[in-house]
Design a binder for this molecule. Structure first.
Ligand SMILES: C[S@@+](CC[C@H](N)C(=O)[O-])C[C@H]1O[C@@H](n2cnc3c(N)ncnc32)[C@H](O)[C@@H]1O
Length: 391
């Protein structure tokens, strides 16, 4: 079937129309292209398919750097687009989410920059089959064995490829660029696991029993302890670009004496950088991350280990909120409103969640301000959206 692509899905697929009028989501197709498609799924209202050949290419199409894309790897779904087109795609995904999900009409969205486009991931979650690490397939739980991974940091890639992971089903590999130390975090212990010298293997069972493992990483010139059970951005460069972007916004909008809430604070990156000089309360539910934050920042910050939803609300002047991919739960905009904060920065790693949460903030009386899209995940359709709100 030949399809002309005139739309873009949020996962980066091209969208066209079948002869019967149904929409078709085409993996590997770019805007403006005419492609030959093989159908992979048929539903009443839409279809899905894969590009088998490109009849009329977009000028920004390039040769994918990784052969595993042909094997169905779900990792880097935009590597056939050059950097400029990836930027345009991410802006458009965000714009469409704010229009369709947030119901905002056309809002101005800026592009705030990109990190190194290969070898950047210092944390990677892999599937395991027959002891070997790989990636899940696109929209499937299939295991795609890997002989290389272009977006993984070289040390992570080496561990991924050269290790034998026994009977486990999933592994998280994390390395520190600062110290070179690496962790392999597995769901359960397996004596058969063989990995590189100097790599520490730890299971979630061991973590639950009180054992610990951590790396120390550098972001914005400071060292941060990050334990095996704590969240950390996919790369320290990503974390740094995010801090720089949010800090520029804060400098323009907030006075030096203003008090700050770091909501969903993780190991304390925002509290310990942007919060410096401000009175700060950091709220985080994960005990491992909270312990790291206390280790990293000590008494300089008021640490509260709680779900944001259960926090005993205290007045503050501004909020930085950086929830997980699913975004803030329904109650949270109301909680933010009750803090009395006059300025809020929301950082979302999913455009749909960003748009939905922005709408809820506006419904609580905030006005939507600047929106900045960052590319912390080059070669993929993931976006990082920084939105601001004033009362
Ligand atoms: C995307 S991470 C951001 C961490 C930190 N801001 C950073 O940049 O490293 C989200 C954090 O929110 C925490 N979290 C998720 N849901 C939460 C909730 N309902 N209440 C408090 N913390 C939550 C997670 O444990 C995680 O550490």
């Amino acid at each position: 079937m030949h399809i002309t692509i005139d739309g873009l899905a949020k996962e980066g697929d091209g969208v066209g129309r079948c002869p019967d009028g149904r929409a078709i989501f085409v993996r590997g197709a770019l805007l403006g292209e005419k492609v030959e498609v093989v159908m992979t799924e048929e539903r009443t209202k839409f279809l899905r398919g894969n590009t088998v050949s490109v009849l009329e290419p977009n000028n920004h199409r390039i040769k994918p750097f990784c052969s595993h894309i042909q094997d169905g790897c779900g990792g880097c779904n935009l590597q056939h687009a050059d950097g400029e087109l990836q930027k345009q795609i991410k802006l458009r995904i965000t714009q469409e989410a704010f229009e369709r999900i947030g119901k905002f009409g056309a809002v101005p969205i800026k592009y705030g920059g990109c990190i190194e486009s290969v070898g950047y991931r210092t944390t990677v979650r892999c599937s395991v089959h027959d002891g070997k690490a790989g990636m899940r397939g696109f929209r499937s739980h299939d295991h795609i064995p890997l002989s290389s991974c272009g977006i993984a940091h070289e040390r992570v890639e080496e561990i991924m490829i050269k290790s034998y992971f026994g009977d486990i089903e999933e592994v998280v590999i994390r390395t520190s660029i600062l110290t070179g130390k690496s962790l392999v975090i597995v769901s359960s212990s397996d004596k058969a696991i063989e990995t590189l010298k100097d790599v520490q293997v730890i299971s979630f069972d061991q973590l639950r029993k009180g054992e610990s493992a951590n790396i120390v990483e550098q972001v914005c010139g400071k060292e941060w302890r990050v334990s095996a059970g704590s969240f950390f951005q996919a790369s320290p460069q990503g974390s740094e670009l995010l801090v720089r972007t949010v800090n520029e916004i804060i400098q323009k909008n907030v006075t030096a004496s203003a008090s700050m809430i770091d909501l969903y604070s993780g190991v304390g990156i925002f509290a310990g950088t942007i919060g410096s000089g401000h009175q700060v309360t950091a709220i985080e539910q994960n005990i491992s991350a909270m312990r790291d934050s206390i280790h990293n920042l000590g008494n300089a910050v008021n640490h509260v280990c709680s779900r944001v939803e259960q926090w005993e609300i205290m007045p503050h002047d501004f909020v930085i909120a950086n929830p997980s991919r699913s975004g803030m739960s329904k109650k949270v905009p109301n909680i933010i409103e009750q803090t009395g904060a006059a300025f809020v920065v929301l950082i979302s790693c999913d455009a749909a969640a960003a748009a939905r949460d922005a709408r809820r903030m506006v419904d609580r009386g905030f006005q939507l301000g600047e929106i900045v899209v960052l590319d912390l995940f080059p070669q993929t359709s993931h976006v990082e959206v920084v939105s601001t709100f004033v009362r």
